[in-house]
Design a protein around this ligand. Sequence first.
Ligand code: GTP
Ligand code: SPV
Ligand code: MN
Length: 621
Amino acid sequence: MAYESDPTGDLETVLDDAGLKNPSVREYVRHWARLTGAQRVEVVGAADDARLISESLAAGEILPAGEGRYYARSYVKDTARSEERTIVATANPADAGVYNNWRPSSEMRPLLEERMRGASAGKTMYVVPYLMAPPGSPLEPYAVGVELTDHRTVALHMIRMARCGVEHVNNLADPERFVRGVHVTGDLENLGQGTPEDQRYFVTFADERTILHFGSSYGGNALLGKIAHGLRQASYDGWASGEFLAEQFMLIGITDKQSGRTWHICGGFPSASGKTNLAMMLPPDSLGDRYHVEFYGDDIAWLRVDPEDGKIYAINPEFGVFGVAKDTNELTNPTALGSVAPGTGVLFTNVAYNEVSGDVWWEGRTPAPPADVTGWCDWTGQLISARPDSEQGKPWAHPNSRFTTSLTSVPNIAADFENPKGVPIDGIIFGGRTRDREPLIRAFSDLAEGVYDGLTLGAEATFAAEGVDGQLRYDPMSMRPFMSYPEGAYAAHWLKIIGAATVKPIFAHVNWFQRDPDDGHFLWPGYRDNLRPLLWLLKLKDGEVTGNPTPVGIVPAREELDLEGVDIRPEDLEKVLSIDSARWMAEMARRERHLAQFDGLPEEIWAAHRRVAAALAAEAG
Ligand code: GTP
Ligand code: SPV
Ligand code: MN
């Protein structure tokens, strides 16, 4: 099933044998096989997984980590998305925003082609046709793509993260309409990562629906269906078509087993800020008999309004989870452990690995690392026992180490997760890592206020991107690294899409990460207990509670939150439910400067800003 070296005649046989019928896809494969100089071409889909796994094991690219579990290491300088090297390129300079790192495509095309030319020589180019949507979704026309990758482990990740196979491209109404994603790894040891000579480029040519990524085999840099297509390209498509939103959102269902009623909530937190945890949430013990949380998605949702019933519907375009390993354990996320259990086919990346037993470990998996270090290697492959004394305290796993597993392995996956229509949305939440100011939850029903809140979302940066941990920065809609078009237009598009819904969602801003300024402990226990503020939000929407109005939204009255069994100091609870007006007033000035950067920001957003500012000022007297 592979063609050797150049003769295009062989390539046609490979494509024929793979049943790849779409003539435009075939032409695309031909073009890039020639340009990258790949020695072989192979078309792969979900059905090839077992064979690819055996080949990767035999080649030592992945290592066994127990029954049906696998482990891989990335190159040491290739462990996270590079935001600086990520670019959105189009023909229209008006597409430049503050955060999308826009460049003219005429400038970027040649740079990418130059780097990719001949760069896959001697390698196999895997052709991965995929669909970023449940089959049959009304958004399916935007969801079709073909990734070409010269890295077998990337193909294995794609098979877990997206629905893959030739069937997704063979019978398109318009055979031209698929996202073209080319991934060329490059010579990782000689790319100058993070230096002025950095050779990497991760470019989405949004108006051409083409994604060219060069110089990494890690995560969103390499799995092109996920972030590059699912967020950057899709948000551009959603805007250009006027039809939908593509957001870095988790998506869950909450069922009250007593009444049989189910609500759906989606929401955005910046990378590594708890979307996977929330989506996999097991209710706290005291609420477990009554409530059940169902997983739909943990990283991306596409939202549209159905013209028939006026409701907002959301789908998760992905087929898997690329979850942060750090601090995942029986208490924080038992569901995640279930999703990586023996037999799931999970692929771990950059966690610690025991070369004798095949066990894996990461910081926070257990309170202390394994006492017997025999066989244990850190994420770089170095034996722990061989570490010099000066390095004994270094983490064993990389802070952005992850697990890749399919939705079908997630224990709380919703029964209807493949429903092509998606699920109706009751609430939209925004959140981030904020060590002060932001209360546990504050709610608002006004759309412009919701969009305003998303645009002014601030969070501490995390390890999901290179080199920025801990700094506080604005991350509009938690889309800052994924923005594809200007922020003013983004806000207007939100007002238009969600504004068309006749059944309105409630909005809220949540924060699980407020800390004690003296000793740094988290004020709110978080994780499973995060269900409590969400239940309050749903009750507020249904008029069962009223909360306490504040200038920045409605916060729960203490007695309205179900706190049975919560381990929290009274003074900490008090703090997470109150608003520090002085601190908020200072924030408003920064927000004003932040928003002023955005050309063409809709007047409704400025009006929301002024309303909040005036309310704060009035309260201060
Ligand atoms: P991406 O996949 O990068 O988009 O991230 P994500 O938002 O899905 O992040 P994830 O759920 O994997 O969480 C990242 C980190 O946040 C993990 O180390 C979690 O342990 C931590 N975390 C999640 N929820 C909570 C919480 O409620 N409280 C605290 N203190 N930490 C949390
Ligand atoms: C994120 O960083 O937000 C992720 C991981 O979801 S990656 O796919 O690497 O972008
Ligand atoms: Mn993400």
